[in-house]
Design a protein around this ligand. Structure first.
Ligand code: F6P
Length: 342
């Protein structure tokens, strides 16, 4: 069997470990051959591939990014896109199946292609940890480590200047990175999309920390919004919240907090630093296991399934179920963290 491997969507620490795990198991145990598909679906649509041998993947598990490249190309677009063209390209390349490593968009495209008869297995990837079908996704642990270290560093400079530090972490739709890094680093407030808050509440947490002589640390997910009542009746200073902006939410919150509390406040947006560099040991192991499990799926011809982590076990779930929804931070996890605020 000759298997193509692609990485699609935003990059994520651990992608190379998945590729390595798949190629090493596939070649050693099943005598399979591999083709690396360049830049996600683009490479599959255009037939842009190269051989991927055991030699090529040696030492890859600690390397950040993806050696295959990635893109957000939609495989249904363009003159060579769509299932019939892709099937013809795969036939020409002698490619029997594809391992698609990606997030929700990638898996949705993989589902449509599988429904049209192509042989695809999926491996979930998101640093946001927001795929409901899997308990954890690789990349998340690394992102939390990076964010936690950054917050620890911001604390010492904040303490020195008696400043409030607002730290923006990734998480467009969910607050997992904010929750875990904020808890780990002892934040005085954690703000996330699932829990809109008022400025009054944020100010209370900041002032409470400040009154105890601590430099207040506010961790905020990029997708956080103020509670709707407050945004609708925006008071002085909140107009900025509703304006189109270049910076992130931290850049909006910092001046409002400073104005309301009189505490000098600085904003830091961590951005893509959270996705770069070497994966954590946990992510390397999880990613390697996922790559190997994808080979098991291919051998069993379980096309149209994604590997998911349930507890410590890897299971195969149909794409339909894998695309079942966002894994948001549950109320009890937020309430538990909130006991530590202020
Ligand atoms: O979904 C992963 C993620 O890292 C989000 O947390 C973030 O909003 C987004 O990707 C950034 O995407 P891009 O790399 O395209 O700017």
């Amino acid at each position: 069997m000759r298997i193509g491997v692609l990485t699609s969507g935003g990059d994520c620490p651990g992608l190379n470990a998945v590729i390595r795990g798949a190629v090493l198991k596939g070649t050693a145990v099943h005598g399979q051959e591999f083709l690396g598909i360049r830049d996600g679906w683009r490479g599959l649509v255009e037939g842009d591939v190269h051989p991927l041998t055991r030699h090529d993947v040696r030492g890859l598990s600690k390397q950040g990014g993806t050696v295959l490249g990635t893109s957000r190309t939609n495989p249904f677009d363009g003159p060579h896109g769509g299932p019939e063209n892709i099937r013809a390209t795969m036939d020409r390349l002698g490619m029997d199946a594809v391992i698609a490593i990606g997030g929700e968009g990638t898996l949705a495209a993989a589902k449509r292609l599988t429904d049209a008869g192509l042989n695809i297995v999926g491996v979930p990837k998101t640093i946001d940890n927001d795929l409901d079908a899997t308990d954890y996704s690789f990349g998340f642990d690394t992102a939390v480590e990076i964010a936690t270290e950054a917050i620890d560093r911001l604390r010492t400079t904040g303490d020195s200047h008696r400043r409030c530090m607002v730290v923006e972490v990734m998480g467009r739709h969910v607050g997992w990175i904010a929750l875990h890094s904020g808890m780990a680093a002892g934040a005085h407030a954690i703000l996330m999309p699932e829990q809109p808050q008022s400025i009054d509440q944020i100010v209370k947490w900041v002032e409470s920390a400040n009154n105890r002589g601590r430099a207040p640390i506010v961790v905020v997910s990029e997708g956080f919004t103020l509670d709707t009542m407050e945004t609708a009746h925006s008071e002085k200073g909140l107009d900025a919240f509703n304006r189109p902006r270049l910076g992130g939410i931290a850049d909006v919150l910092a001046p409002i907090i400073e104005e309301r509390t009189g505490i000098e406040t600085r904003a830091t947006v961590l951005g893509h630093i959270q996705r770069g560099g070497v994966p954590s040991a946990y992510d390397r192991v999880l990613a390697t296991r996922l790559g190997m499990a994808a080979i098991d799926s291919a051998v069993a011809e379980q096309w149209g399934t994604m590997i998911a982590l349930r507890g410590t076990e890897l299971v195969h779930v149909p794409f339909q179920e894998a695309l079942g929804g966002l894994k948001t931070v549950p109320q009890d996890r937020y309430d538990e963290a909130a006991i530590l605020f202020g």
